[in-house]
Design a protein around this ligand. Structure first.
Ligand code: FES
Length: 88
């Protein structure tokens, strides 16, 4: 799967990976990927907002660091799973 057309600051949902799909984000020229499911409730993070390395859930505003999956504040109770992406 190629992401060469994914511009900086953009993200894309990828179906068929993991239980909920994955959202791939390009930030600072690098690709990051996390589960496309908020750890608070069932919401697609790919429908949220990406600002720098912070992905904000569209439902209640939980924020995650796409580099580490770290939940940066409530209401997310735990980190989101990260995936390793390689560009060929
Ligand atoms: S579902 Fe994401 S913050 Fe509630």
């Amino acid at each position: 799967m190629a992401f060469a057309d994914l511009a900086d600051g953009q993200m894309r949902r990828v179906e068929g990976l993991g239980e909920h799909g994955v959202v791939v984000c390009r930030v600072g020229g690098q690709l990051f990927a996390v589960d496309d499911n908020c750890t608070h409730r069932d919401a697609r993070l790919s429908e949220g907002r990406l600002r720098h390395h912070t992905l904000t859930c569209p439902l209640h505003g939980a924020q995650f660091d796409v580099r580490t999956g770290e939940a940066k504040g409530p209401p997310a109770p735990c980190p989101v799973t990260t995936w390793t992406i390689t560009e060929s």
